[in-house]
Design a protein around this ligand. Structure first.
Ligand code: PXP
Length: 239
């Protein structure tokens, strides 16, 4: 079974709704770890709409499992990551107007800039993952750029309404995952995963890590964070 990284951005979204001190994503991280998750994920967005710089610095001190930082490929973010030293960085595309990360990175169009950013982080000992659509050309380039991992964007699979569309998207993820593994990179997946649709993704051959946020935090509002995390771990293991 792959590892579960829980994205706690939306604990911070709730806090920012009132600009109060609660709920604190640092406290949430402790509960998520106690429930058995394998990592904590946060996205420090350029507009700081949810996670703040303070959160990332405190999480670095508190997280005992693995801290993954999602971020845009900018000088500012590379500098912050080099100071905070998360265990892993996942580079993601970022547009200010989007509600959430909408697509994978275009590593082909930004090859030189990405290569420099990957190298700068790897030189500090941080593992680097690239968030990519299941596009074979983009994945081949991830290997050329010396990334450690590819996180496949599961959003299209998750959003597909008709069974036929979902199957088509799943097949793309399957093929893309095979290539990631063949190239010697670690295979991660995430975005839009829920208790209902996570099963087949958790059983993708060689998948090492799933990163899931919204669905767990939404359920946590109803049943509590520890139970929500435990239920997701169960859903991942279900055959
Ligand atoms: N992986 C990446 C790279 C993401 O950008 C996000 C959203 O921040 C997620 C996983 C988690 O997506 P969701 O909140 O839909 O589970």
């Amino acid at each position: 079974m792959p590892k579960l990284g829980v994205n706690i951005d939306h604990i911070a979204t709730l806090r920012q709704a009132r600009r109060e001190a609660e709920p604190d994503p640092v406290q949430a991280a402790v509960l998520v770890e106690l429930a058995g998750a394998h990592g904590i994920v946060v996205h420090l967005r350029e507009d700081r709409r949810h996670i703040q710089d303070r959160d990332v610095r405190l999480l670095r001190q508190v997280v005992r499992t693995q801290l993954s930082l999602e971020m845009a490929v900018t000088d500012e973010m590379v500098r912050i990551a080099s100071e905070v030293l998360p265990d892993q960085v996942c580079f993601v595309p970022e547009r200010r107007t989007e509600l959430t990360t909408e697509g994978g990175l275009d590593a082909i169009a930004n090859r030189t800039r990405f290569k420099t950013a990957v190298k700068r982080l790897k030189d500090t000992g941080i593992r680097v993952s690239l968030f990519l659509d299941p596009d074979l050309d983009q994945i081949k380039l991830a290997s050329v750029l010396a990334a450690d991992a590819v996180e496949l964007h599961t959003g299209r699979y998750a959003n597909a309404k008709a069974a036929r569309d979902r199957e088509r998207e799943f097949t793309k993820l399957l093929r893309a995952g095979e290539l990631v593994h063949k190239l010697g990179l670690a295979l991660h997946a995430g975005h839009g995963l829920t208790y209902r649709n996570v099963g087949p993704i958790a059983r993708l051959p060689e998948v090492q890590e799933l990163n899931i946020g919204f669905s767990i935090v939404a359920r946590a509002a109803m049943v509590g964070l520890e139970r929500a995390v435990r239920e997701m771990l169960e859903a991942m293991g279900k055959v």
